[in-house]
Design a protein around this ligand. Structure first.
Ligand code: NAD
Length: 259
């Protein structure tokens, strides 16, 4: 069934990805809901359809070439085009002192966050070119772009800095195809990412600074919501941001300026 506008969201089953998929669906996009947890994705697709939207469950690991190839092919065969890509899937991984961080722990964070972003764009950019343009939104972080104080987060920060570099490099490469590429850099957002974080020996890596009023000025310390980030995703996907490319947008309530 041909659609007017189509968006792929990776890591769509929870948190920022889920909120972004719901918000884009409300804005009229058919959604490719990609992730590696089928039941979460099926619930999302059911919620989108309940609201009168259109979505397809795509179960794939973002770092797996064959699975991504298959997922993107299914999406474009079903809807006939692709306009927006939200490269959101990511993990915090292990945060530990550099002399304790194991090579396989380093590799895992690189594989999901950086290879996954590469693979997502490698497989989707041909369809954006064929559509005559589009918007890529990469979910980076304040870590690695504005702050360096999360204890032991060296591998994570390196991937998030790398994602911003990719957005800037690709904004130039893909400008001639009318494809915009931007990076969203969230501060603390209430999601379940902390469940997938393994912090070791933070007493060795923590910077001993504490803000008496909480470290997010705009909220008095409360973390942001996935929906706050989703509104920015919708803006960067839309024509309202038509002159914005190669730009990091920090969305952190001012947190990154304090740390
Ligand atoms: P989350 O854990 O709720 O969501 C991440 C999603 O990605 C999950 O649905 C998970 O199943 C999926 N995923 C993980 N590895 C995958 C893989 N290999 N293949 C396919 N899917 C995979 O966390 P979130 O906070 O919503 O994180 C989304 C993005 O936002 C991440 O890139 C994260 O680094 C970034 N971010 C989050 C925060 C925060 O405070 N929550 C801050 C800055 C940046």
């Amino acid at each position: 069934m041909a659609q007017e506008k189509v968006a792929l969201v990776t890591g769509a089953g929870s948190g920022i990805g889920r909120a972004s998929a719901l918000a884009l669906a409300k804005d009229g996009y058919a959604i490719g809901a990609l992730g590696h947890t089928a039941d979460e994705l099926e619930k999302l697709v059911a919620d989108i359809e309940k609201d009168g939207g259109e979505a397809l469950t795509l179960v794939a690991d973002v770092a797996d070439e064959a699975a991504m190839d298959q997922a993107v092919t299914r999406l474009t065969e079903k809807y006939g085009r692709l306009d927006v890509v939200v490269a959101n899937a990511g993990i915090n991984g292990v945060w530990a002192p550099i002399d304790d961080l194991k090579p396989e722990e380093w590799d895992k964070t690189m594989t999901v966050n950086l290879r996954g972003t590469y693979m997502t764009l490698h497989k989707t950019v041909p369809y954006l070119k064929a559509a005559g343009g589009g918007s890529v939104v990469i979910i980076s972080s304040i870590n690695g772009t504005r702050t360096f104080t999360s204890p032991g987060a060296t591998a994570y920060s390196a991937t998030k800095a790398g994602q911003l570099a990719m957005a800037q490099q690709l904004a130039l490469e893909l400008g001639q195809y009318k494809i915009r590429v931007n990076a969203i850099c969230p501060g603390a957002i209430e999601t379940k990412i902390d469940d997938n974080t393994d912090i070791r020996s933070s007493h060795e890596t923590e910077i001993p600074v504490e803000w008496p009023e909480g470290d997010i000025p705009i909220t008095g310390g409360e973390a942001g919501l996935s929906e706050d980030v989703a509104d920015l995703v919708v803006f960067l996907a839309s024509d309202k941001s038509r002159h914005i490319t190669g730009t990091p947008v920090w969305i952190d309530g001012g947190q990154g300026l304090l740390r």
